[in-house]
Structures are given as structure tokens and as C-alpha cells.
Design a protein around this ligand. Structure first.
Ligand SMILES: [Zn+2]
Length: 368
């Protein structure tokens, strides 16, 4: 028999932001200093003040770190940890997109110590991850796509050494993911597209994956069923509440799927494009999906899955993702990065055998 296991202890709470104080109390840190990790944009839009007002009846003080930028940086996170250590923070709330959630996941494991247990030593100098405990963490996603609210990994970028690290393990799992889709209604079109593409990529990547289980597969299929209709809808009608909620569910389901399988070849192809040319993650990890589906379906004997992936492919083709990525990087520049695309551990997760990278990174004429 095929042995498999599934474990993801993140508590999902699909509820309004107003439930936050009640959820904070359930984590046993109802007094003391809490850290709100968010972005400057959220503070500007009044969301930081809204969180403070909502929780005013609790016996807590808020410290706010709202300087998280896309792609959280190693030295930056070490500096924030060093600055906040004397405050003895008792809990963390992360409110934002994938970068905010990743930064908070890291801070929740670096902050519970009296001395700096630095990322510099653990990651850049290769001494290993020494953390043994974490602060209570509530993740509140404001985008639908990264799945960071349920994944046991957080990406840390090292601008000095031009590297990307992953802090992994159950310690970086949030305790609670608070899912309020109304927080995603004001997301601009480009972010809606790029994050939605990331969710679709996660679902697909967990399907052509050597680590897939019956549970990850069920989640991934439902994520694709929801997203193939909901993504075009939220792009055309940004305030469609049902479609925004469906995209949030797709993101969570796809995140639960990759929390078991990790990602695969489309993500391996994406990383050099993001680190050399700043291609947004969701676009970089999805422009190849249509070509991968073309390669995958003849190798797949599950008729229903072939039909589902065919519908996802049609939706992706309509979005002209090659046209969008060529605004960042041209055909020759993509081809020149081939060696960096295959040198990732991610490629090994893929069940696809004997495919040429050229067939994935080159635009194909549409046969319709
Ligand atoms: Zn991704």
C-alpha cells in the first residue's frame, strides 16, 4: 500500500475581522504587548486603527510594525527582532499579503527569546534553525493566493548574498487563520490577478507532485474548480462578494495542498525570474502552467482531472500570461536562466518525466 499522512493544525476561522478580540483571548495571551505586523498601505487605509479600536476592551498594548515590504529581507527581520526583544511581546497578529504573513511567521519564532537568535547566523552562516518555541500567531490574509496563512514555510530573501531561504516547520504555522473576504475587496486588479494566479499554481503544482496524498489532491481539485470561475469574475467585477470569497477559499485550499506536497516545476522556473527581473511571484510561477498542463494531461489517466485542467488551461490562455511576462523580461532573457531553473530542489517534486524545459518556457500558438 501507499503510505501517506496529512497534518495541518492551523485553526480556520471564516469570520469577520470583528471576531479578532475573541480569537486573541482563546490563545491564552489576553494581557501584555501584542505585535501587529502589516504594511504601510494598511495603516494608510485605516485598518491598523480599526484593529486597535476593535480590541480596545482587551487589557493589551499594541506595537505596530507596518514597514513590511514585498519579499521580507533577512537583515531587516533581524533588526526588527533586536529592536522589539526588550518589549516581551506575548502575541502576534499578521494582517496583509504573503510578505506580511511570512515576516510575521518568522518574527513569531525569533521574538520569544531574551537574546537575538539571528537569521544571519541560522540561515546566512548556515548554523541551522535553533528556535524551539513560538508566540501565538493569528494570520489575517488580505490577498487571495499565497496560502501563507496555512503553510509551514516562510520565505526570507538575502539581498547581500542574493539568496532565498525558507524557514520551515510546524513552528512557523499560524495558530489561527482569520478569513474575512471583505478585506480583499479593495485589492487592485494587478494584485488580484497575480495572487490569484499563485493560488492556481499551488493547486496545479500539488497535483503533478510526487508527494501528493488523497487529501492534498481533493483540496487542489476544489481550489481549481472554484478559481477557474472566480478569478475571471473578480477581475471583471472586483466587488463581487461571492467570487472574492471563492478566491479566498481557493487560496486556503491550495495552501493546504502545498503545505503537504510543497511546490514543483512551475515554482522552480519562477525563482530566477523574480530574483533577477522582479517578475511578480504569481505571474512568474503561472506563465508556464498552460504548457505544463499540455505535457501533463497525456500522462494522466484520470478523465475528470484532465477535463478540469483543460478548463483551467483555457482560462489561463485567455489571460495572455506570456504577453504579461514579456513586459518584465524578454524571450532570450528567460531562456538564458534555464540552468538556474532546473537547479532547484523543487524540480524533483514533479511527477512529469522527460519534458524539455524549452517546451515549458516558450509561448505556443493557441489551437482554438
Ligand atoms: Zn507560490
Amino acid at each position: 500500500m501507499n503510505e501517506w499522512r496529512y497534518h495541518n493544525p492551523v485553526r480556520l476561522e471564516a469570520t469577520a475581522l470583528e471576531s479578532l478580540p475573541k480569537l486573541m483571548q482563546t490563545l491564552g495571551a489576553a494581557t501584555g504587548k501584542w505585535l501587529l505586523v502589516t504594511s504601510a498601505g494598511m495603516t494608510l487605509r485605516g485598518v491598523t486603527e480599526r484593529v486597535k479600536a476593535l480590541t480596545s476592551t482587551l487589557d493589551i498594548d499594541w506595537l505596530v510594525h507596518d514597514a513590511v515590504t514585498p519579499n521580507p529581507e533577512l537583515d531587516d527581520l533581524d533588526a526588527v527582532t533586536a529592536r522589539l526583544l526588550p518589549d516581551n511581546i506575548v502575541g502576534v497578529v499578521a494582517l496583509g499579503g504573503g510578505s506580511v504573513l511570512d515576516a510575521a511567521k518568522v518574527l513569531a519564532v525569533t521574538l520569544p527569546y531574551a537574546e537575538l537568535n539571528s537569521l544571519k547566523a541560522s540561515l546566512r552562516e548556515g548554523k541551522g534553525q535553533q528556535w524551539q518555541t513560538k508566540l501565538p500567531l493569528i494570520a489575517i490574509p488580505t490577498t487571495s493566493g499565497t496560502g501563507a496563512e496555512v503553510t509551514p514555510f516562510a520565505t526570507v530573501w538575502d539581498q547581500t548574498e542574493h539568496k532565498k531561504y525558507s524557514v520551515t516547520g510546524t513552528l512557523v504555522l499560524p495558530d489561527i487563520a482569520l478569513l474575512d473576504p471583505t478585506l480583499t475587496h479593495s485589492l487592485p486588479e494587478t494584485e488580484t490577478l497575480n495572487t490569484g494566479l499563485d493560488a492556481i499554481s499551488h493547486a496545479c503544482e500539488s497535483l503533478w507532485n510526487v508527494n501528493k496524498t488523497p487529501v492534498s489532491e481533493a483540496y487542489a481539485r476544489l481550489a481549481l474548480t472554484l478559481a477557474k470561475t472566480a478569478l475571471p469574475t473578480v477581475l471583471a467585477t472586483p466587488d463581487d462578494a461571492a467570487a472574492r470569497a471563492a478566491m479566498q477559499q481557493a487560496s486556503v485550499l491550495a495552501g493546504l495542498a502545498i503545505s503537504q506536497t510543497r511546490t514543483a516545476i512551475a515554482h522552480a522556473i519562477s525563482y530566477p525570474l523574480t530574483s533577477h527581473f522582479d517578475v511578480p511571484h504569481g505571474l512568474a510561477c503561472s506563465f508556464t502552467l498552460s504548457n505544463i498542463i499540455t505535457e501533463f494531461t497525456p500522462q494522466c489517466d484520470d478523465y475528470d482531472l484532465v477535463v478540469l485542467l483543460g478548463r483551467v488551461k483555457t482560462m489561463l490562455d485567455d489571460l495572455d500570461l506570456f504577453g504579461k511576462i514579456y513586459k518584465y523580461v524578454n524571450r532570450e532573457q528567460i531562456a538564458a536562466l534555464k540552468s538556474e531553473m532546473v537547479h532547484s530542489e523543487r524540480t524533483g517534486n514533479s511527477t512529469l518525466k522527460l519534458i524539455k524545459l524549452e517546451n515549458l518556457i516558450e509561448e505556443k500558438p493557441l489551437l482554438r
